[in-house]
Design a protein around this ligand. Structure first.
Ligand code: PAF
Length: 293
């Protein structure tokens, strides 16, 4: 029978640096998958993507307080270290780094890493301070672990683009790789927060991705962006969503907004919507195959 050993969990920067130094001395490449725990298949796909790139894979589990805005779910965010460790073992993780809040933000901590431009609008407009919290913690995790690769999910596309920009502009010698969004059978993007959905809300939530894919297809086929967006928002509200925070097409790399009839280059359609107490986000490519510019 195949025996899967649980990866070792460490909690301090000193331990992390010692282990990574030994791996590097042995000539091993190292890949990092930052997570906040509450793991699901989406996270495990990041670990597998890391495994394909490097001999040594570290998963971080840290529910980062600074990326939660006031009134958000920091206190109730799913935490299950034992289950997470079992899942990570099965996905091929070598080491879990789960620092405490004090280890990451000692008394008097006063530094913020902030990326402008890619954090204009979309989630940033609705989650005050969120991206500063993300870039600060990811910068610290990358500096602490010093990996060759770090892997992020495409569901959080604005986060991915923002981290890429930070790494590039701060000259960090780390390759940022992305992994496609993993979806439930009905297409709902996997998220640790999906468990907040009630039984009645769950089938409604599945309509989000369907509406998003259909809208991206309409835009790709030349329908005016504003009309498609208005129709999609209306349909989702009638289906039972309480609020559409945003539904916008943006350049996939710069995240610049896109004019109504000027879809060019690689663009994506982004949505955040609320149903009950759950906030869902998703994004898809606007595939313009076969269309002339
Ligand atoms: O995507 C997440 O889970 C978090 O934002 C991250 C990248 C682990 C930083 O806390």
């Amino acid at each position: 029978m195949l025996q899967i050993t649980r990866p070792r969990t460490i909690k301090t920067i000193v331990e992390l640096r010692d282990i990574v130094r030994d791996w590097r001395r042995a000539g091993d490449l190292v890949a990092l998958t930052p997570t906040m725990g509450g793991l699901h298949e989406g996270h495990l796909s990041l670990v597998r993507a890391a495994r394909r790139r490097a001999r040594r894979v570290i998963a971080t589990i840290f529910v980062n307080p600074t990326q939660f805005s006031a009134g958000e779910d920091y206190e109730t965010y799913p935490r299950d270290d034992v289950r997470d460790a079992e899942l990570l073992a099965g996905a091929g993780c070598d080491l879990i780094y789960a620092p405490s809040v004090d280890e990451m933000y000692p008394e008097g901590f006063a530094t913020t890493v902030s990326v402008a431009s890619t954090t204009n609008g979309l989630c940033a407009a609705h989650r005050s301070g969120h991206f500063d919290g993300v870039t600060t913690v990811v910068c610290k995790l990358l500096n602490q672990a010093n990996p060759d690769y770090a892997i992020f999910g495409e569901k959080d596309w604005q986060q991915l683009v923002t981290i890429r920009r930070m790494v590039r502009e701060l000259d960090m010698p780390i390759r940022i790789a992305s992994s496609p969004t993993v979806r439930e059978a009905d297409g709902l993007a996997m998220s640790s927060r999906n468990r907040y959905l009630s039984g009645a809300e769950r089938p409604i939530a599945a309509k989000l991705n369907k509406a998003l894919f259909a809208s991206a297809d309409h835009i790709a086929h030349g329908l005016p962006l504003d009309r498609v967006i208005a129709a999609c928002s209306k349909a989702l509200l009638s289906a039972g969503f309480d609020e559409i925070e945003y539904l916008e097409a943006r350049d996939a790399h710069t995240l610049e907004p896109i004019d109504n009839y000027a879809i060019a280059g690689e663009s994506r359609l982004f949505i955040a919507a609320r149903i009950g107490k759950t906030r869902l986000i998703d994004n898809v490519a606007i595939e313009r195959t076969g269309l002339t510019e």
